[in-house]
Write a protein that binds this ligand. Structure first.
Ligand code: SF4
Length: 262
């Protein structure tokens, strides 16, 4: 005759094993689903218009490294394998902001602007133009650290260059531009708590116009150098990268002998 205590204990062990296997199967199924969702997002990201963009736009030319500038002008695509989730959040918020201002006659949003740079024309989509204040606005959806950095150090070169080119394009089209501004939308807080939503503006004054002229000359010169060699910024005669670098997220990292990890 079997001991009822032993039988109960064996049953319990069996039940625990079964429950363990059930939980394990559920975890495997959940993990499979999680990966499938991520893959769906990554496939959509890979086929999004911005990912397929090969023509350099205003957002890519504000760099101190001339080789990186050449790479942008040559249409070198972004870093392979980079996680684009934060960029995806930014794109989604941009679309929402476009809708939010669409009915207001004081604003023109999502505006395709052409910038005549002499030898060629650059195209880009301006986020917002305020008619009343003649301000060129670029939306940035930023985390707290980036927000702090911009508030401490001022408008980053890459954003200043972007705004300068949009403002130039608008002036070429006959619009007034009195100021340019970054609209910093917080990713981790509300619009009115913490630092909230912050504007960082810059007047379109003599200094800013000089900055724009220098930028345009640099783009033209780099484009001319690029054409002189063979459309490949990695192997052509771009020596300037040795003196000034800006290697974070640079698409040339894998091919550039001057790459420096910070
Ligand atoms: S990796 Fe650095 S040095 Fe090389 S092109 Fe990019 S920014 Fe310039």
């Amino acid at each position: 005759m079997t001991d009822p205590h032993v039988e109960l204990a064996e049953l319990s062990v069996a039940a625990i094993r079964e429950e363990g296997m059930r939980l394990k199967a559920a975890a495997v199924a959940e993990e499979r689903l999680r990966r499938r969702l991520i893959r769906g997002v990554e496939e959509a990201q890979a086929s999004a218009p911005r990912s397929l963009q090969v023509e350099a736009g205003p957002s890519q030319v504000g760099t101190v490294c001339q080789r990186r500038l050449a790479a942008a002008l040559a249409g070198v695509p972004g870093l392979p394998g980079a996680d684009r989730w934060l960029a995806t959040i930014g794109t989604a918020v941009h679309a929402w902001l476009d809708d939010a201002f669409a009915g207001d006659p004081n604003f023109v949003g999502d505006w395709e602007v052409q910038i005549n740079l002499g030898a060629f024309t650059m195209r880009g989509t301006l986020d917002l133009y305020c008619r009343e204040s003649a301000t060129v606005i670029d939306h940035k959806v930023v985390g707290a650290r980036s927000m702090d950095r911009i508030l401490r150090a001022g408008m980053p070169l890459v954003y200043k260059a972007q705004l300068a080119l949009y403002a130039l394009g608008l002036r070429q089209m006959g619009y007034e531009t009195k100021a340019v501004a970054l609209a910093l939308w917080p990713r981790e807080s509300g619009l009115n708590n913490g630092k909230g939503m912050v504007m960082v503006s810059q007047a379109v004054d003599a200094e800013f116009l000089m900055f724009t002229d220098d930028l345009v000359n640099r783009i033209r010169q780099t484009q001319a150098e690029l054409l002189k060699y063979h459309d490949d910024p990695a192997t052509s005669g771009f020596e300037w990268a040795d003196t000034e670098k800006d290697c974070s997220f640079c698409p040339m990292q894998m091919r550039c002998s001057s790459y420096e990890r910070y």
